[in-house]
Design a binder for this molecule. Sequence first.
Ligand code: SAM
Length: 191
Amino acid sequence: MIEALKKVPRHIFVPEKYRKYAYVDQPLPIGENQTISAIHMVGIMVELLELEEGMKVLEVGAGSGYHAAVIAEIIGERGAVYSVERYPRLAEMARENLRKAGYKNVFVMVGDGSKGLPEYAPFDRINVTASAPEIPKPLIDQLKDNGIMVIPVGRIFQELKVVRKRGEEIVVENWGGVSFVPLVGEYGFKD
Ligand code: SAM
């Protein structure tokens, strides 16, 4: 995980105005009142996802594309990341950043990621980068058996949950308190 964090050029994913802070471990504005997550948070989430080479990963909340690039670095060229972003302008920026950084296996789409991406499901892993009121049922449905989802849940008091699907059984563990922008959508908070 550390190797992947070292490899991804975060400055490419940070808007020009904040570029001098690109390697400071804090969230930074990316437009539309949204943020690129802090480096340590990206590291914690990819570690919890237990990523392996060749995996198919759904990300909800592409933002700048940085987190998806770190995932792509770990799953390698045989894997793929499908990342959904609700703001078209951010999705366009994420695509451009990923292109500049050389990632060809991250596919950024515009839409309500709280519904997942049924047309590409099932996924080995699901990474949600915005905080949901509760774990969206469509995301559980789109997770493969033995799959793992990492998702922040809560509005003001938020907890990062690690969701494991084992057949019919869904096991949810709390990692601890976090602070994310809200997941806004049909299975998220209302605008
Ligand atoms: N992973 C991003 C990065 O590395 O820059 C940071 C993501 S930011 C903390 C959360 C993102 O989730 C925002 O860009 C926000 O617009 C997006 N978002 C919120 N609700 C969403 C939804 N229902 N579907 C897709 N994206 C959503």
